[in-house]
Structures are given as C-alpha cells and as structure tokens.
Ligand binder design. Structure first.
Ligand SMILES: NC(=O)c1ccc[n+]([C@@H]2O[C@H](COP(=O)([O-])OP(=O)(O)OC[C@H]3O[C@@H](n4cnc5c(N)ncnc54)[C@H](O)[C@@H]3O)[C@@H](O)[C@H]2O)c1
Length: 350
C-alpha cells in the first residue's frame, strides 16, 4: 500500500458527509469513491469532494480500483452485510455505531474479520470527543482517586429526526431500540472509562413519542468492575437541547463533562478556605473549568486514528470486540427493562 489510504464512503448524507470531509482534510487519506442508493446525493457529494468514483450499489464501489478501505455509514440495519462483504474483499472497514442491531450480527462481523487480514473498527465517536478524552486522561492519571460512580446520558429530541409515522424511517425499526441506537454512545463512554459491566437492571417508559415502536425513555443501572456503580439515562423524546452530560465520581474528586460545552468541570478536594468568606468551613472543593475544544462529531480524529492504524499496521482503537461489547451491554438493558429482571453480561466472542 502507498503512504495514502484510498477510501470509499458508503452513503452520501448525514454522518457520511462528516467522514468525507475528515478524509479530504487528512493528508494520509484520499477519498476515491462514494456511493448512495440515492444517486443524486452520491453525485452531489462526488462533485463537492472532487471524487471520480460514483456508485449506487456498494458492491460496485467495492470493486473501485485501488480502494483500500471503506466507511460504512448507512442505516444500522445494513452494517453487518456491508461490513462482511467489504472485509471478504480485503477492504479495511470503519463501521458506524452501533456495530449492529443484534449480537448474532456482531459475532458474524467479528468472524469475517478474523477470517482475513483487513481491519475492522467501530465508530464510537465519543472516544474522540475532546471533553471526554480530557476526562479520561485525568481519571487514568488518578486525579480524582478511585472511581465509585459513573453516569452518562443521551438526551436527544428525535421528534423531528424520525418525522411522521406514515413515512418510513429506519430509526423506527423495533430492533433499533433507542437505548442501542443512540444510547450506545453513553454506554460505550462508560465502558471506556470504567470497563465492561457484568450486570444490568433497567426500567423504561414511553410517554412522549407514543408512535414509536419502542419505549422512548430508559434508565439502566450497571455494576462495573471494581465495584463501580454506573447509570445510563437515554431519552429520545425529551424537550431540551441534545446533550451527553456525564459525571465521573472518584474518592478524591468529581468530573462533569459533556459533548456540547467547551469546558469540563473538575472538583478536587483540599482547597484551604482560611482566606475565604466561608470561615466556618475548614476546607471545601473548588470547581475548576478546564477549556476543551467543542467537537461533537470528531470524525477528523477518528479518521486520523484509523488511517494511522492501517498505515502502521497496528491494532485499531475501537475493535470489533469493543463494539460488540457495547451492543451487548445495551441489549442487556433493553432485555432487563422488558423482563423486569437483572441481566448478566458475558462477552463471549471466541
Ligand atoms: N457517530 C455518530 O455520532 C452518529 C451520528 C448520526 C448517525 N450515526 C450513524 O451513522 C449511520 C447513518 O446515519 P445517518 O444519520 O447519516 O443516516 P441518514 O438517514 O441521514 O443517511 C443514510 C444514507 O444512506 C443511504 N443508503 C441507505 N441504504 C443504502 C445502501 N444500501 N447503499 C447505499 N446507500 C444507502 C441513504 O440513501 C441515505 O443517503 C447510522 O448507523 C447511524 O446510527 C452516527
């Protein structure tokens, strides 16, 4: 392979546009082909990014001469088939989150990757969100002591995104439960910070988007390794601006971070208060605002990382097993809410 990775992007709208921009901006990557069922969209993207290869059928895109890698940014239902076919043809794959909608599909994707030599990475973009990256660095450095409670939320009003129930939208598929579709961001973030939870208990309701086929609000309590407790709240009907507000509680401090604020807040113990007005308090905790870049969808960082692992032949950052583990943790919560029983998570992918 040359010193540049030749990419094709499957889909020409939504998240795919962000990936195409990131590839175009990366000097070690080149966008050579784009495809969309809607050929007009594919043509418009090709013109915008000066791309020669324009296709309607992704199987034709996979034949594009010199193609090294693809980004699968189609609806979740299609991730499995496209990823497996691309891997079988030796193309490296960056597959959008969630990896797939069932654990069986994730396992088939892992099997296809193991059968060949091409790499598979799952686009869990929060691992590149500056505020979350900063929080993880501080936690890993021990700045807030030992974690005891972590929480994250995916609060997003989907009423405009999914449109009218009379018009098909792939996000209305009962298999595409919101706790998996969007909630996988929050679950993956906590798994990245605190490890893979072993047990989950969840509750759900549907009071806002009553025409959706699934509950629109879920709260899940996870038991993480080292006796860390975690909570994930997902709502796709909430009346507020989109946020992934997350809080990490340690024995010596607390961090509040999200993906829509240009700073994170760090509380650390030990500030002496003798000179303050609060003379009755011997010590208290001062919140410190650490500025971070605001970059909600950091595809630039994600594409740079994936490109580097292809060129240097190093393991990808978010492996297929990581992607599958997040899907398993999400589906466990959905199953728990449905049954009213706790669900154990096993992560068997061998
Ligand atoms: N990482 C993130 O933060 C993030 C954000 C939004 C969406 N996503 C994920 O990205 C994926 C796409 O979501 P979106 O919002 O961009 O969707 P979208 O509905 O806006 O766009 C999907 C595109 O795929 C095209 N398409 C559908 N089937 C196709 C096929 N067989 N061949 C070629 N093109 C096909 C459609 O014509 C459409 O242009 C989903 O998996 C979603 O979960 C991730």
């Amino acid at each position: 392979m040359s010193k540049v990775v030749n990419y094709g992007v499957i889909s020409a709208s939504g998240m795919a546009s962000s990936h195409m921009q990131a590839i175009s901006d990366n000097h070690q990557a080149r966008l050579v082909a784009v495809c969309d069922l809607n050929l007009d969209k594919a043509r418009a993207a090709a013109e915008r990014f000066s791309v020669a290869g324009v296709y309607q059928d992704y199987q034709d895109l996979l034949q594009h001469e010199g193609l090294d890698a693809v980004v699968v940014a189609t609806p979740d239902q299609q991730h499995k088939e496209m990823t497996i076919n691309a891997l079988r043809q030796g193309k490296h794959v960056l597959c959008e989150k969630p990896m797939a909608l069932t654990l069986e599909d994730c396992k088939a994707m892992i099997e296809a990757e193991r059968a060949g030599s091409a790499k598979l990475m799952i686009g869990q973009i929060c691992r590149y969100t500056p505020g979350f990256v900063a929080a993880k660095k501080l936690i890993d450095r021990g700045e807030i002591g030992e974690l005891f409670f972590v929480e994250s939320e995916y609060a997003h009003d989907y009423s405009k995104i999914v449109g009218s129930p009379t018009v098909y939208h792939w996000r209305r598929d009962p298999l595409r439960h919101p706790f998996l579709g969007g909630g996988c961001h929050a679950v993956d973030l906590l798994r990245w910070i605190a490890g893979s939870p072993k047990t989950v208990s969840a509750f759900a309701n549907r009071k806002v988007l009553k025409d959706m086929p699934t509950d629109d609000c879920t709260i899940a309590i996870y038991q993480f390794p080292n006796n860390v407790i975690g909570k994930v709240f997902v709502s796709i009907g909430c009346k507020r601006n989109y946020t992934m507000r997350s809080v990490f509680y340690g024995t010596q401090g607390t961090i509040i971070a999200d993906n829509t604020t240009p700073s994170i807040t760090v509380f650390k113990e030990g500030f002496a208060a003798q000179d303050s007005l609060m003379t009755d308090v011997s010590s208290y905790t001062v919140p410190v605002q650490l500025p971070v870049r605001l970059n909600n969808h950091n595809t630039t960082g994600e594409i740079a990382d994936f490109t580097r692992s292809i060129l240097e032949d190093t393991p990808v950052t978010t492996s297929s097993v990581e992607g599958a583990s997040t899907v398993e943790a999400c589906l466990g919560a959905v199953a728990s809410a449905a049954s009213g029983q706790p669900v154990n998570l096993s992560y068997q992918y061998d």
